[in-house]
Unconditional design. Structure first.
Length: 182
């Protein structure tokens, strides 16, 4: 199992980051990020196995106005050596090519922090992986038209997401169905 979380330099200036993950025994663990990159490699001999990682990002209490470039990359991957001798690999990532988000106020920083997605999947004994959910407690998310990852949303959907998360409301209009799910 492999997990990785990387944030832009500005993230640790304006927020605290706690990495939540599922270890090789299936137990949920937490570690505080003290640098802009966090990695974890774990071994297990048990399949099926559910992997999951979520960076809980909490804005610091006093964020001054500025020009912050906020970006989060996360990855969860595996290498499985199967009983038939075959080795398979797979993984999931938050788009590493996506541009950083610019935040200038404490409210914009808080809105960005609230959008941290969870990566989770289950690896079968046959080596196949299937996306799943892991509830780390507090990693609820806003969903727009069935999408929860901001990197897959249109500009209009991102606007609806911002409106909903900013005001904490459900948005229903012709092009956006936005709700919060725990």
């Amino acid at each position: 199992m492999y997990y990785g979380v990387k944030v832009s330099d500005d993230v640790l200036k304006v927020a605290d980051v706690e990495v939540n993950y599922v270890d090789q025994t299936g137990t949920k663990q937490k570690e505080v990020m003290t640098s802009k990159e966090w990695k974890k490699t774990l071994d297990t001999k048990t399949l099926p196995l559910t992997e999951g990682v979520w960076a809980k990002i909490t804005p610091k209490s006093a964020v001054a106005s500025g020009n912050y470039q906020l970006k989060l990359n996360a990855a969860a991957a595996y290498e499985a050596k199967l009983a038939n001798g075959k080795t398979v690999y797979d993984g999931y990532v938050i788009d590493p090519e996506a541009a950083p988000t610019t935040a200038q106020t404490a409210d914009e920083v808080a809105a960005w922090c609230a959008q941290s997605p969870t990566l989770a999947f289950t690896v079968s004994k046959e080596g196949y992986s299937k996306e799943t959910e892991v509830d780390f407690g507090g990693n609820g998310r806003w969903v727009v038209n069935g999408k929860w990852n901001p990197y897959t949303m249109s500009t209009e959907e991102l606007g609806c997401l911002w409106l909903a998360s900013w005001f904490g409301i459900i948005v229903e209009n012709g092009n956006c169905h936005v709700y919060y799910e725990d």
